[in-house]
Design a protein around this ligand. Structure first.
Ligand code: DOR
Length: 414
């Protein structure tokens, strides 16, 4: 178990939604017992990047099905991305997401707000209203905030509020019409590409504005070694910059697209083996703050079309912990640091991410690092996973949210 003093082979007792006691051979009279033998016990996982699709695209996912997937994946909090229909660009829309999340009782659903009205990249969204409704992360994810003037104003505003601006760093002009990483595989397929430089150009420009404004900046789904070098230099300079990578960018490279299976189509795209190695090294070293799912549900009828016509994105909540563990093999301390503690801190979620100690809210993830399994069906309403049928090592055994078991031994509890 991950305690405040580090890993230790101890029991934990939960009562009234909080950790009541931690120690050896605790009295279990009258308690419901969860067998955690051979497993890690730590804080519930926190995802900075979940597309719940509600309102507006409920045939792909909604808050209910998405939080079922979250519980099955070991998550006790998710940040709901605002590229819904309508986009979350005003207070009432963020409140809707919060209320829908609270009604499920399965995990905290924290709203992210858009940067621009309608995600159109022209005028600022109602950032103050979004903040008042609980948004701490502001992003036009799905698209970059391309206009440097708008981004500057957004950074200034978000800095004043105390929030984080999260950027989808792909220069729109450079990726227009592209479907995959621009490189030898795209050349062979004759498919229009999205060059790696689209990420670094956007990031380099953004970092100049971060230096100017002092705003907190989070790089969403980083994919290239070059981007991580820029982040490392920015962090060395003391800029308030954090970065996430996704499980799929840690697991697959652009050769996975050679068969043109739309399950592997995603923005930003799967990159080169050298990029994958750099992302893995970054997660191990801690240069990469967190692994975030970019859980992006799309229905079968949308994905089962020619690669060029398919929407980008893949689900990830239910396989993220296993994919990370299989690809990177973290120890118990780094596992919970990258998947819980740091994302909870970035999103401003104090009820999550702390090591297990008396008085801490009982938001927990019990993860078996040795179980091998092959994901087949998902709780998510959409099944667009590139991990289906692959052998993964490590699997959540129990998820506990506010002291209640939300997931146990392969089943969501309610
Ligand atoms: O592949 C993606 N799909 N990348 C994004 O940034 C957005 C996401 C979606 O919403 O489907």
């Amino acid at each position: 178990m991950l305690t405040a003093e580090g890993p230790a082979p101890v029991d934990v007792r939960v009562a009234s939604g909080s950790v009541a006691a931690v120690g050896r051979n605790l009295d279990s009279a009258g308690a419901e017992l969860l067998d955690c033998a051979g497993a890690w016990v730590g804080p519930g996982l926190v995802d900075l990047h979940t597309h719940l699709r509600e309102p507006g695209q409920e045939w792909k996912e909604d808050v209910d099905s998405g939080t079922r997937a979250a519980a099955a994946g070991g998550y006790t909090a998710v940040v709901a991305m605002p590229n819904t229909d309508p986009p979350t660009d005003a207070g009432h829309l963020a409140r809707f997401v919060v209320e829908r999340g609270a009604a499920t009782g399965r995990c905290d659903v924290a709203p992210a707000g858009t940067v621009s009205l309608g995600r159109e990249g022209r005028q600022l969204a109602h950032l103050d209203e979004l903040w008042a409704a609980g948004a701490r992360i502001f992003t036009d994810d799905g698209d970059a905030v391309a206009d440097a003037g708008l981004l500057r104003r957004a950074l200034e505003y978000v800095a004043e509020l105390g929030g984080v601006l999260a950027q989808h760093a792909e220069d729109p002009a450079l990726v227009a019409g592209g479907h995959m990483h621009e490189g030898e595989v795209s050349s062979r397929l004759g498919m229009a590409g999205r060059p790696a430089v689209a990420e670094t150009i956007t990031l380099a420009r953004d970092l100049a504005l971060v230096r100017m404004t002092g705003a907190r900046y989070h790089l969403l789904h980083a994919t290239t070694a070059a981007a991580l070098e820029l982040v490392a230099a920015a962090k060395d300079d003391g800029l308030p910059v954090t970065v996430e990578v996704t499980p799929h960018h840690l697991f697959f490279d652009h050769t996975a697209v050679a068969g043109t299976d739309p399950a592997f189509k995603v923005n930003p795209p799967l990159r080169t083996p050298a990029d994958v190695a750099a992302l893995r090294a970054g997660v191990r070293s801690g240069l990469v703050d967190t692994v975030a799912t970019d859980h992006a549900p799309h229905a079968d009828h949308e994905k089962d079309v020619p690669f060029e016509e398919a929407p980008p994105g893949m689900i990830g909540l239910e396989t993220a912990a296993a994919a990370v563990h299989t690809a990177v093999q973290l120890d118990i301390v780094t596992f919970y640091d990258r998947l819980s503690t740091r994302p909870a801190h970035i999103a401003g979620l104090p009820a999550h991410g702390a090591p297990i100690a008396p008085g801490v809210p009982a938001n927990l993830c019990v993860f078996d690092p040795a179980e091998t399994w092959q994901p087949q069906r998902f709780e998510s309403r959409s099944q667009n996973s590139p991990f289906r049928g692959l052998q993964l090592t490590g699997r959540p055994r129990y998820t506990i949210y506010q002291g209640a078991v939300t997931y146990a031994d392969g089943k969501v509890q309610s």
